[in-house]
Design a protein around this ligand. Structure first.
Ligand code: ATP
Ligand code: MG
Length: 388
């Protein structure tokens, strides 16, 4: 007798964002390429390397560097340091993360960041260690903390005996970040680039089949459901994260309805509560003024039923909102930097105006979330943050 299972999931956690799957279909070669770049460091032919990993959101970049981190950890004398720069936003936090990987926190107390960084570099040299710092989602550092990138990439200048044992892996969304650096810093970086192209439809289906085989029972998910998820993700450059989240939510819906089977319609229903770029929770990681800026955008778009706002309009609304929250607004240049940061996170879009506008102006859109709930959520977060 066949009894219906109480849940369609074999193990729902296998679809969570923090889970790292053991296999990486269609990305094995990228991982190998990354390892190959470090071959001469491992063989002691050079002291360090710099690599850029570039690709759109949901193309498996984080997954590959996490596998790489584990591989490096297995090498004698190597220390991998993974930092998600979307969460650790300031150089100070990144340095703290670096030293915590060596249990040097005690040493660091009472010293300036510069001194701590220098003693980290000495520690590496004295103990004959090599570190590989992986800076995931580091686009914004190229906008806001160029000086810091300069320091990291020219560590031999800060290091005793002028030896640099610090390799860098930058994970970014667009190659143009390198052009933002001054020629001096750019020249100091080895620009080894690995490009993660968007998945194809077929590749995405393979990935989803694999991920679903871990998370669902074989008989509790239909092929149609998987195809539907891939098909919806087509509109978002085959973003694997989005497709996986759709299937996870579809599973929850199937469970709630006690249907015992995930169907295409559940995936379509899940779409209503799934956002492709950022999760609602991640909004907390934005800096206060980024929150106010994004709030201002959502606020205008929700109240005026528009597709875009001009940069000028957005800036005015941002200044008004700063007054409202009793916060000193940032200057025009900094505001542009924040717009770039929000755009690289996929939260907003920027485009140059075409017909219907006098002169050229930048238009800002909000593809990531519906404006009204976003404005509400940000309002709460901003209020809480200011109160603290
Ligand atoms: N080749 C793959 N095999 C299995 N799972 C994958 C693969 N590629 C991506 N995924 C899964 O899809 C999700 C998104 O991948 P990942 O986080 O690596 O994307 P990303 O390129 O780092 O995106 P972002 O730029 O937004 O950080 C993760 O849950 C990851 O495990
Ligand atoms: Mg990532």
């Amino acid at each position: 007798m066949i009894t219906m299972r109480s849940s369609v999931f074999r193990d729902a956690s296998k679809l969570s964002l923090s889970y790292i799957p053991g296999r990486i279909p269609h990305r094995e070669l990228k991982l190998q390429q990354l390892i190959d770049y470090f071959k001469s460091v491992v063989d002691n032919k050079v002291n360090y390397e710099h690599v850029f990993i570039v690709g759109n959101t949901g193309t498996g970049k984080t997954l590959v560097v996490k596998h790489f981190e584990n591989i490096i950890r297995g090498y004698e004398g190597f220390i991998p340091i993974y930092v998600n720069s979307r969460f650790e936003r300031s150089p100070g936090n990144i340095i703290r993360k670096i030293i915590s990987s060596l249990s040097m926190e005690r040493v660091a107390r009472g010293y300036s960041l510069e001194e701590v960084f220098t003693s980290f570099l000495s520690y590496l040299v004295d103990h004959d260690l090599k570190a590989v710092l992986i800076l995931d989602d580091s686009d914004h550092l190229f906008d806001k903390h160029k000086e810091f990138i300069y320091k990291l990439s020219r560590a031999e200048e800060a290091s005793p005996k002028f030896i640099n044992n610090l390799s860098l892996v930058f994970v970014v969304h667009g190659e143009d970040v390198i052009n933002k650096l001054d020629p001096w810093t750019a020249a100091g970086l080895h620009k080894n680039i690995i490009r993660f192209e968007d998945y194809t439809y077929k590749e995405l289906i393979d990935i989803l089949n694999y991920r679903c085989s871990e998370a669902f029972y074989e008989e509790t998910i239909t092929r149609e459901a998987i195809i539907t998820a891939a098909d919806i993700a087509t509109a978002y450059n085959y973003n694997a994260r989005y497709a996986i989240e759709l299937l996870y939510k579809a599973g929850l819906i199937a469970d709630k309805r006690r249907e015992g089977l995930v169907k295409a319609e559940h995936v379509r229903l899940a779409r209503r509560e799934t956002f492709p770029a950022f999760s609602f929770d991640e909004l907390k990681t934005l800096e206060l003024h980024e929150k106010i800026l994004l709030y201002s955008l959502a606020d205008v778009l929700a109240s005026e039923d528009k597709a875009f706002v001009t940069m000028g309009e957005l800036e005015r609304r941002y200044r008004d909102n700063c007054l409202f929250f009793h916060e000193k607004p940032v200057g025009h240049t900094w505001l542009w930097k924040m717009v770039n940061v929000l755009a690289t996170f996929g939260l907003i879009t920027k485009r140059l105006s075409g017909e219907g506008f006098r002169g050229k102006t930048t238009l800002i859109g909000l593809p990531s979330f519906p404006a009204e709930p976003l404005a509400k959520k940000l309002y709460e977060l901003i209020r809480n943050e200011i109160r603290r």
